[in-house]
Design a protein around this ligand. Structure first.
Ligand code: MN
Length: 255
């Protein structure tokens, strides 16, 4: 296929431009289309969908088509679409994240937020994650799977507002379409003192415990299956609307 007809793919992440997962993903996707990388200059895990509104963003082109941005994943996607790439890409792929993005953790994820931002700006988008500290061969396998999913998405498109959250276990034996699970937070997030720093605390995620659910993303990973969850950015709890309509807020709030 001549270069002009190849799909244009934006690759980004939240682990930062030097992350191993980014390089292996970009290399695998280069066999699917023309890849440009726009990624945070430093690690941004846990920043979710934040946008840098109160400071300018320094952009460094490390080599042709490979940019480091001193900002968040959402900054990167906006800069790519609106400034760096010349024209919007045909696909956005975010990852490969160092650590699964499952259940409620998705809400903290810069990796998933970048994919959602890609969708908001009009391109089909996916996020790809593997387990924490996954060895090279696991990352390579995940990149191959990401490339295959990317190909399918380019061929079939995605429903408006949908992004795919892909998690790849250590030795995948199959694929399951899943739903977002739930973290069991009996004791809330971890909060511990910062050694020697009076008045400071660290927050963090507690050891993983999931609410059991056969179709959940975490269950697929536990069974050794690639988990693909369709997500969307509409946070409305549609099934709850009829119930709230019966609350009769009009009467409660009065004239
Ligand atoms: Mn990360």
């Amino acid at each position: 296929m001549p270069a002009a007809e190849r799909p244009r793919i934006l690759v980004t992440n939240d682990d930062g431009v030097a992350a191993a997962g980014l390089a292996v993903l970009a290399a695998a996707l280069a066999r699917v289309g023309e890849v440009a990388v726009v990624a945070p200059a430093s690690e941004q895990s846990g920043v979710a969908h934040s946008l840098s509104l109160r400071r300018p963003l320094r952009v460094r082109e490390e080599r042709a088509g490979w940019y480091a941005v001193e900002g968040t994943p959402t900054d990167c996607v906006n800069l790519a679409f609106l400034h760096l790439l010349g024209a919007p890409p045909d696909l956005v792929v975010s990852g490969i994240n160092n650590g699964y993005n499952l259940a409620d953790d998705i809400l903290y994820s810069g990796t998933v937020a970048a994919a959602l931002e890609g969708r908001t700006l009009g391109a089909p988008s996916l996020a790809v994650s593997v387990g924490f500290d996954a060895p090279g061969p696991v990352q390579a396998r995940a990149a191959e799977i990401a490339a295959r999913v990317a190909k399918a998405v380019l061929e079939r498109g995605l429903p408006a507002d949908a992004v795919l959250n892909v998690n790849v276990p250590q030795a995948p034996t199959g694929v399951r379409i899943t739903r977002q699970g739930r973290r069991s937070l009996r004791e809330g997030l971890l909060v511990r003192p910062a050694d020697g720093a009076e008045g400071f605390r660290w927050v963090g995620l507690p050891p993983t415990e999931w609410v059991p659910e056969p179709l959940a993303d975490h269950q697929a990973i536990a069974e050794g299956l690639v988990s693909i969850t369709p997500l969307h950015s509409d946070l409305t709890y549609h099934r709850a609307i009829p119930g709230f309509e019966r609350w009769d807020f009009a009467a409660a709030l009065g004239p």
